[in-house]
Design a protein around this ligand. Sequence first.
Ligand SMILES: C[S@@+](CC[C@H](N)C(=O)[O-])C[C@H]1O[C@@H](n2cnc3c(N)ncnc32)[C@H](O)[C@@H]1O
Length: 243
Amino acid sequence: MIYTFKLSGENLNLSKFEVETLFKTKCTRRGKIATCNLTQAPKKLKEIADRSALIKKIYKNGVKVWEFKQGRYKLREPMARPAFHPTGMKPKMARMLVNLTGAKKEILDPFCGIGATLIEAGVLGLKVSGSDYDPRMLDRTKTNLKYYKIKPKKIFKADATKLSEHLKKNSVEAITCDPPYGQSSTTSDKNLRNLFRTFMIEAHKVLKKKGRLVIIIPSKLKIPGLIPKVHGGLTRQIVVLEK
Ligand SMILES: C[S@@+](CC[C@H](N)C(=O)[O-])C[C@H]1O[C@@H](n2cnc3c(N)ncnc32)[C@H](O)[C@@H]1O
């Protein structure tokens, strides 16, 4: 059955990729409209759409069958969470990152901060693990997860550039993170490029085959062979890598 999706978001290719990942299909896109052939029953289709971050409306034969509910993230906005930090990510962005990983069972955020991605993943019913090298951030994550009644699998102190000392190789289904980018959040004592490079090599070790790393990267960073060259004036980009 052919469905059309009205997309939102700054990068519509990413929005299309969210649809493709959630519905396990390929779409074509013209502007904000993506079209795809779906086999899911209507009830299942709505359930999947409810998980999305970037779909605005869905139509079947020109008739609207689903619409984004305003205020969906209100209870989890940064100021609504009990533990706050200025680097805390907004829930819609966190939801998008989680969705782009395509995780079905569990997810890890090795720069978890106050736990924004873990909250969204937990709300979706995924098992969540988080680490950070700052114990104060880990306390914030624990407070927030408890508040939203999410029981994490594991919250632990770790330098993300040494992730494989804490986790078995080929053991993690999906990773998403927003590492520091050298402005308001700390960068530890390594320089930014080394931090990203070393972390990405570690992430590759612990990820299962076909597992995805969805990571926010400062556009100024150039790591040939690891991070594709970015065009345009964006300050940060979202990169999806699959093992
Ligand atoms: C931009 S913040 C993460 C924001 C997070 N997505 C949130 O919503 O709170 C970056 C986090 O990375 C942590 N961090 C910095 N360097 C690290 C390292 N080498 N290993 C692990 N965590 C690190 C910081 O303590 C901080 O919590």
